[in-house]
Design a protein around this ligand. Structure first.
Ligand SMILES: Cc1ncc(COP(=O)(O)O)c(C=O)c1O
Length: 424
């Protein structure tokens, strides 16, 4: 498409957008009586207007029924989490028995590593991207230590080439091959939180399997953002949070995927709890853990229903919008943002910004990470004063993510217009 950096062009794209009404389903934060330009759905997704109704339903049933709500609530709490696999399977690209909603992201990463990081003296390495999100780095470091390994030897970080910001797939694969049968597990972010790079998860999984290692992904920045086909890619495990693209509220309940071929394996080590116990006999309260033969077998505790209700409110909107339409709009929105940023550079005598996220659609999701070459922090602070909510990462990166459910092409144009005015 031949994009133009004008408000008329942006409004024209909005008029043609089949998802344009979905913006009205969300509360848009306000600035001086007007909608903010909210570009941080990659950090905290917005609240759906239906969220309070979904949560209120459970509060009402709790008030009316007390403990009996576990069975008699409109959405009985005992099996509440069972409403999620159908919807999440479409978002994550897996079978319903491979997905469960539970706990929070870092907790789930540790629980999955209990099952999939079982190092031996020969095979003990964790391969990950350099500058993985800090919580993941701490998980890898402490898991290695827990098993008696020195993280300096056990955690192998893949760095971009000199002068580059993102990783080349061939470098990820050659690192895995180089460490060969010393690799226990390969874990990357599906989309890197800092650069917005979408990794080739299938190629990485194949390379991990070829050296006899497991492959897992932290999908915090991928779930609800990019196309995923975890089952078909043969990914062993994955986890994600629901408060970014999935709009389920701060600290919302998280999700886990475990491949079909592992979920029935009762011998896989795990840290167990009663909610993972075979349902038919759970309440016999007997000794000896007998796991549910699906991803539910990794659950520990009974369902946090209030948080799950907020999750459900957002997933119902995803269902209505449909993943195909969301992906089509996402690609257009981000391509338009890319074009606008390039246009800003072309109007200046020297480059004022550098987009470190890939120019290729297949290597990115919603987010673009912009390295500010001049007055970065100042520009960022001025953006905030003009009602743009973006995200600053030291030393000089502004991360922005137009989200197809509630961002408009006009949002993207406004963001560019403000940057232009601040820099020009
Ligand atoms: C890639 C990634 N991993 C892990 C986390 C930590 O998530 P939580 O605090 O929900 O465990 C985040 C949070 O933003 C993240 O972006």
């Amino acid at each position: 498409m031949n994009y133009q950096n004008t408000i008329e062009f942006a409004k024209g794209l909005d008029e043609k957008d089949p998802l344009r009404e979905f913006r009205n389903k969300f509360f848009i934060p306000q600035h001086e009586g007007k909608d903010c330009v909210y570009l941080t759905g990659n950090s905290l997704g917005l609240q759906a207007k239906t969220t309070s109704l979904y949560v209120q339903q459970e509060l009402d049933d709790w008030a009316k029924l007390g403990v009996e709500g576990h069975f008699k609530a409109k959405n009985p709490w005992m099996p509440y989490h069972e409403i999620f696999p159908k919807q999440l399977a479409k978002i994550i690209g897996c079978k319903e028995n491979e997905v469960v909603v539970m706990n929070q992201l870092t907790v789930n990463l540790h629980l999955l590593m209990v099952s999939f990081y079982r190092p031996s003296r020969e095979r003990y390495k964790i391969i990950c991207e350099a500058k993985a999100f800090p919580s993941d780095q701490y998980a890898f470091e402490t898991q290695a230590k827990y098993h008696g390994f020195d993280p300096a030897n056990a955690v192998i970080e893949i760095l971009p080439r000199a002068g580059e910001h993102t990783l080349r797939t061939q470098d990820i694969i050659s690192t895995i091959q180089e460490h060969n049968n010393t690799v226990a597990v390969v874990i990357l972010g599906g989309v890197n939180y800092y650069t917005g790079q979408l990794f080739d998860m299938k190629a990485i999984t194949d390379a991990a399997h070829a050296v006899g290692a497991y492959a897992g992904f932290d999908l915090a920045h991928a779930a609800g953002n990019v196309e995923l086909a975890l089952h078909d890619w043969d990914v062993d495990f994955a986890c994600w949070c629901s408060y970014k693209y999935l709009n389920s509220g701060p600290g919302g309940v998280a999700g886990v995927y475990i491949h079909d071929k592992h979920v029935t394996n009762k011998d896989l080590p795990r840290f167990a709890g009663w909610w993972g116990y075979t349902k038919a006999s759970r309440f016999k309260m007997e000794k000896g853990f007998d796991p549910i033969p699906t991803a539910e077998g990794w659950q520990l505790s009974n369902a946090p229903v209030l948080s799950m209700a907020a999750h459900k409110a957002s997933l119902d909107i995803f269902e209505e919008a449909g993943m195909e339409r969301l992906h089509s709009k996402r690609k257009l929105l981000t391509a338009y943002l890319y074009f606008i940023l390039q246009d800003i550079n072309s109007r200046q005598q020297e480059k004022v910004l550098d987009i470190i996220t890939s120019s290729e659609e297949a290597a990115r999701g919603c987010q673009l990470s912009i390295r500010m070459l001049q007055r970065g922090k100042e520009v960022f602070n001025d953006l905030a004063k003009q009602g743009v909510i973006a995200d600053w990462r030291e030393p000089n990166v502004i991360r922005v993510a137009p989200v197809p459910l509630y961002n408009s092409f006009e949002d993207v144009w406004k963001f560019g217009a403000i940057i232009n005015q601040l820099i020009g």
